[in-house]
Ligand binder design. Sequence first.
Ligand SMILES: [Zn+2]
Length: 251
Amino acid sequence: MIDSHCHFTHFDDAEIPDLIHEAHSLGVTTMLNIGVELEHMNRLMHQHQTFGLPYSIGVHPHGTLELTDSDITSMRHALQNAIAVGEIGLDSYRQKETVVQRHNLALQLDLALSLQLPVIIHSRDEETALLEHLTVYAQKCSSPPGVIHCFTGSLTFGRACLDLGFYLSFSGILTFKNAELVRDAARMCPLDRLLVETDAPYLAPVPFRGKKCRPAMVTHTAKTLAEIRNCTLSTINEVTCTNTKTLFHKL
Ligand SMILES: [Zn+2]
């Protein structure tokens, strides 16, 4: 099993060997360490060297500063050994004004294109604007364009992203009682486009809601996915591993 999206930068380095050991003991062999801000670049590279964790680099839409040319140059350098650009995207839930977000998204999509890396997309409340960006980007991609991480969008948005070649990744939200729409999207998504993730330390699945989420908990999300799709857990594990490796071709 693979946890396709977690944040080891949000844990103490001293905790990481135990987190990795726990995940391995439950069959989670690979965990992708996802970047969200420029300040994390060195930490991601350090965790890669020390613990062997594959990583991505990106500036999350919650980052409020406009990216400069020199930021892009240092990102380009840090991306040499990375598997993807992300997480990047649009989010107007907390921040109504999205001019800077769109600017940063466009720059980072161009960066991904020039390095031929897939992107990891964060989406909240900006589906129409985001689709405009992703459509232009995906048309220029020669390999799978990326993944919509922690998918909680509308079915229409999900279908549009699938049509562009994107994968959809489902988190512990899939196990929440009131998440029927997310389960509908997980049933609708073709098997060969499904990914699973924890988004640890956030979004611990049932029965751990409210606790700090750990990468090993991806097993609960995979189990729920198997139940709602009426297939075996080994099918889910097999396809999500294959899909993750196809999408993140540098893995
Ligand atoms: Zn995340």
